[in-house]
Design a protein around this ligand. Structure first.
Ligand code: SF4
Ligand code: SF4
Length: 203
């Protein structure tokens, strides 16, 4: 708009320029806004040490206290195992969108000056394919003991067998071992429910 000249006095030119103004100020007709890798905090498989993303591979975890430096000490970011009658036990691993790969803090527990709301960090618990794996958590295709993302698509029926797939969120091809803050699964467990399991309130 700023680079349009002032409307001249002639009605003919004023009508034309006003029509251009109307066209330029209409909302864009984009029904789905693609998200960039930067906006989604995308991390490659190499950037994750070829491990699924979880609190147990995050520099923000206080290892002894099983707490997160960004969330504070009122919430545990620990694994838990549960089983519904007739089903095999399932192990669940915590992770959030702020996961930062590296060694957890092995010293005295420390916390951010202003802690974050776990809802805003996207903290959830993620089921592992088996109980007792060295590492569980999230990645695109579910390789290396991870759980796959609902947004990851491959042509075949086995997501883990394909080295890369199409991400519906980023609208591009991504490697199976990568992850981003938009990871999602229809059977992820909320942090509220997870706390009840960790505290032994429910089995
Ligand atoms: S909640 Fe997020 S930031 Fe905190 S330890 Fe877990 S993955 Fe890291
Ligand atoms: S498939 Fe899921 S985890 Fe992987 S980049 Fe896309 S949204 Fe993120």
């Amino acid at each position: 708009m700023d680079n349009l000249p002032m409307p001249p006095l002639s009605n003919r030119w004023r009508d034309k320029i006003n029509s251009i103004r109307r066209a330029k100020t209409r909302p864009d007709i984009w029904l789905v806004q693609p998200v960039t890798k930067g906006q989604a905090l995308f991390v490659t498989a190499e950037g994750l040490g070829k491990k699924p993303a979880s609190c147990f591979t995050c520099t923000m975890m206080n290892e002894s206290a099983k707490t997160c430096q960004l969330i504070g000490d009122m919430l545990k970011v620990d694994k838990f195992t549960c089983a519904t009658p007739g089903d095999a036990p399932t192990e669940f691993w915590p992770c959030c969108g702020m996961h930062h790969y590296g060694e957890p803090n092995k010293g005295v527990a420390t916390y951010a000056e202003y802690c974050s709301d776990p809802d805003n960090l996207g903290l959830v618990w993620i089921n592992a394919p088996r109980v007792g794996l060295a590492y569980g958590g999230a990645n695109c295709s579910g390789v290396d003991g991870g759980d796959d993302c609902d947004h990851y698509m491959v042509e075949g029926t086995d997501k883990r067998a394909e080295p890369e797939g199409f991400c519906r969120q980023l609208q591009t091809t991504v490697p199976g071992g990568a992850v981003c803050a938009l990871w999602g699964d229809d059977d992820e467990v909320s942090w509220r429910e997870a706390q009840a399991h960790i505290e032994g309130v429910v089995d």
